[in-house]
Design a binder for this molecule. Sequence first.
Ligand SMILES: Cc1cc2nc3c(=O)[nH]c(=O)nc-3n(C[C@H](O)[C@H](O)[C@H](O)COP(=O)(O)OP(=O)(O)OC[C@H]3O[C@@H](n4cnc5c(N)ncnc54)[C@H](O)[C@@H]3O)c2cc1C
Length: 468
Amino acid sequence: MSFTPLKNLKSSYDTIVIGSGLGGLTCANRLARAGHSILLLEHHTKLGGLATWFKRKGHVFDVSLHGFPYGMVKTCKKYWNKAIKDSIVQLDNIVFDNPQFSLKTSFDKEDFVKILNQKFQIEMSVVDEFFATVNKMNFYDDQSMTTRELFEKFFPGRSDVHRLLLEPITYANGSTLDEPAITYGIVFSNFMNRGVYTFEGGTDKLIHMMQDELVANGVTICTKARVNRLIIEKDRITGVIVGNKKIHAKSVVSNSGITNTVTNLAGREHFSPDYLERFDAVKVNNSSCQVYFGVKQGERFDDVGDLLFTSTAKQFSSEEMLDMQTKSRTFSIYYPKTRPEKPDYTVVASMNGNYDDWMRLDDTEYEKAKVDMIERSYNDLERYIPGIREKVDWVEAATPRTFNRYTLHTKGTSFGTKFEGLEISRSIYKELPGLFHVGSVGIIMSGWLGAINYGVIVANDVDGYLRS
Ligand SMILES: Cc1cc2nc3c(=O)[nH]c(=O)nc-3n(C[C@H](O)[C@H](O)[C@H](O)COP(=O)(O)OP(=O)(O)OC[C@H]3O[C@@H](n4cnc5c(N)ncnc54)[C@H](O)[C@@H]3O)c2cc1C
């Protein structure tokens, strides 16, 4: 039995991890491997957080398995296991299609250099210098330069080049031209390292493999366990309240969003005015909308690419991409190769979404907005897979409300917070000894790779704290 019911939990552990996103799972696993007793509490019925899937009419739909950088190979081998690492495979057919250009790419540096030079006619010396600049960017760099300034420096007035370079990153994490160039640079060069990768077998297989390893390493896992509050005594964390049960711990790692962690789990009264001033300046990222299409057993379609960045908007604009009526969407196409053990054709259309736009609708308006979004997605998808309507036997939409309901994230944020959230997350233990935060912050600690790597960093912090 992988999961322990709430009533059977012990009264204390070395560390309690709140939330089983990739950051929480990795942190729990590392700490258990280091010999600490770990309790993992998750409010949902299954593990994974946003790295999740759901089943409908025989189809399995992946929510956030669209693509991650090559760095996942090394990270999974080192911090999880070889079997997980061995299931990582490349997606080499990435399509861009918009009024400014249409192209196919393997989305790695070699191909991007060729495209920039040969298709967009950018001089080789400029392309080389751009890549060298972006590759050099790191965490501690000057954060005053924006992505807009970076692009204007290398490709002045070239909105088509700006679109090629930023649109996929904006689809992924809502980055805008006005954010620090460093957040763009780190994410872009991660992908440019070796291209875009996925997990063969799907999210369900990955999370079950992680679950098996957690159990083997002795982590106690309890689902349907929503933590209501942290227990704080003499300005230190001493445990959590889950349901009406108090469980004690020497340290607590929150994988709940940083905004939830400070405001709802701890309470603002426990933080210094200086910290709160910086915390109040933290902006959460946008949320997402998705439309899921399942194709009838026995039906098929030709290979049209793995990831299609499509738009009928004249120019790239992150505001346009957030609009409820956006003309921009990514199609992730899942062929039988995605789950060789359970072959199927599914498609997920992803769009950025603004929580407030969806929250202000009443029930009737909400249902209608979802139907309209499905219709717009169908219209766009038909341009790539003619006759898709007749082949589909399941279609369903998710909105920012859905993401909020399942993860409890503030405004259903898909990628945590903007850059300023990172420092708040990293320094929370100074405010409340024993409390640590792991999870999507500052874009670079987000996404599958960022969340797992952050889990490792925070596990090291907690290990040091427990041993000190
Ligand atoms: C639509 C969409 C598409 C995406 N596509 C990609 C992609 O292609 N590639 C990529 O790399 N990334 C993608 N991402 C982002 C990626 O999935 C996330 O950045 C990553 O999975 C987040 O991990 P995390 O550790 O921050 O935790 P989360 O996944 O945010 O999980 C947090 C967990 O904490 C739990 N929790 C919260 N509060 C409590 C509480 N009080 N008590 C108990 N449990 C609690 C939640 O239920 C949840 O399980 C996508 C995200 C979305 C929404």
